[in-house]
Design a protein around this ligand. Structure first.
Ligand code: PGA
Length: 254
């Protein structure tokens, strides 16, 4: 059975006090054994959260640089992330692609560096509105995956998670319909079949992200090829996140 995952991307939000309070609340949630909860707080807060709460919830950074060390002011390397005992790293979020000009080739380097440091990559893909409007979204996402992820060996690929996040749905309140989400998730799984075979594809978790919230999660998570969510805004409020974790628990029988 595929692992169901609910991941919270806190972005550049929350004070330290708020982050500690939210994280503590998350550590107290009831989570079914077959569900994994991961949070991506602002990097600066991570060590405090992990130390204070004894690593009770898996934590990742929202970004890291592929080069091991050197003159990259303001960056942290994958190796430094791994040194801190952090589990995962978010790679290719559309905000990184858009505001920091991260290309598919650069993201491929990040994926490789993450794996070299035993970090799990949560790899984000997704099309802008203009691409969806001309019905080229499947090609666009397929290309992102081929250029940044599908070069991996089967063993390494299984240490990654894909999050499909249509850019037009992120932080906008617009959500992909269940048909739109399922179309893309089924396509992604079929490309994984092509590259890695049916068994790996069947066991691989593909998350949906983009204005996922307590009112639309149950329909999205019920789609056969959606295995949980990467949550932005709704991950900042414990009561909302709790509902999303519970919804993820309900789909474990899928
Ligand atoms: P959102 O963000 O849920 O606020 O749309 C999702 C994300 O950016 O990962």
């Amino acid at each position: 059975m595929r692992k169901k995952i609910v991941a919270g991307n806190w972005k550049m939000n929350l004070s330290l006090v708020e982050a500690v309070e939210l994280y503590q609340g998350i550590t107290e949630l009831t989570v079914a054994p077959q569900v994994e909860v991961v949070v991506f707080p602002p990097s600066l807060f991570i060590d405090r959260l992990m130390t204070q709460f004894l690593h009770r919830i898996k934590v990742g950074t929202q970004n890291a640089h592929p080069v091991t060390s050197g003159a990259f002011t303001g960056e942290i390397s994958m190796q430094q992330v791994a040194d801190m005992g952090i589990d995962a790293v978010l790679i290719g979020h559309s905000e990184r692609r858009q505001y920091f000009n991260e290309t598919n080739e650069f993201l491929r380097q990040k994926v490789d560096a993450a794996l070299a440091n035993n970090l799990r990559s949560f790899f984000c893909c997704g099309e802008p509105l203009k691409v969806r409007e001309v019905n080229d979204h499947l090609n666009f996402v397929k290309n992102q995956l081929h250029e940044s992820l599908f070069h991996l060996s089967a063993e390494d690929f299984q240490k990654t998670v894909i999050a499909y996040e249509p850019i037009w749905a992120i932080g906008t309140g617009l959500t992909a319909s269940t048909e739109q989400a399922e179309e893309m998730h089924a396509a992604i799984r079929s490309w994984i079949v092509d590259v890695y075979g049916a068994t790996i594809a069947e066991n691989y978790s593909i998350l949906y992200g983009g204005s996922c919230n307590p009112s639309n999660a149950s329909a999205l998570f019920a789609c056969p090829n959606v295995d949980g969510g990467l949550i932005g805004g709704a991950a900042l409020k414990l009561s909302d996140f709790e509902i999303l974790v519970a919804e993820t628990t309900w789909i474990t029988s899928k």
